[in-house]
Design a protein around this ligand. Structure first.
Ligand SMILES: [Zn+2]
Length: 149
């Protein structure tokens, strides 16, 4: 038996998939949803704020905000090997929000990236074996990718 919880944040983020056979090679953006899925035991410590919870939803939200949302919201995520798009972002000047990553920014790769951003911050304050088990990324209402290590 186990308990799981999920919480998401949303970002408005630009990207492109440089080798894509169709329209995804154009510079464009999505309203992304990054949803962390956490597993563990509910807190049994009597009288604490988290009694009966895995973790406070607002604490999960704060982690997602700091390490995912605040990094890529209203930014353009560009693959380091995508020279054309990097050049275009550089032409926008130093104030342009560009995030260079070592992978093609597909939903699948962004899910793995976001997992790695969040995972070190999911800690079991009450020894209740909390574990980030998945990161789900919704790129469009019909398209969702998950990273489950
Ligand atoms: Zn896209």
């Amino acid at each position: 038996m186990t308990t799981r919880m999920r919480r998401f944040v949303e970002t408005d983020t630009g990207h492109r998939v440089p080798n894509h056979k169709s329209k995804c090679r154009h510079m464009h953006g999505h309203r992304y949803r990054f949803e962390a899925e956490i597993e563990g035991d509910t807190v049994q410590t009597s009288g604490v704020s988290e009694e009966g919870m895995l973790m406070d939803f607002s604490d999960v939200s704060s982690i997602l905000m700091e390490y995912v949302h605040d990094v890529i919201d209203h930014a353009f995520v560009v693959y380091e090997g995508d020279e054309l798009a990097r050049e275009a972002c550089e032409r926008m000047g130093p104030d342009h929000r560009t995030v260079v990553v070592p992978f093609i920014p597909t939903a699948e790769n962004l899910a793995k990236w976001a997992f790695e951003q969040v995972e070190p911050h999911i800690t079991s304050t009450y020894g209740n074996a909390l574990k980030l088990v998945a990161m789900h990324v919704r790129e469009t209402p019909k398209s969702i990718a998950s990273w489950i290590p």
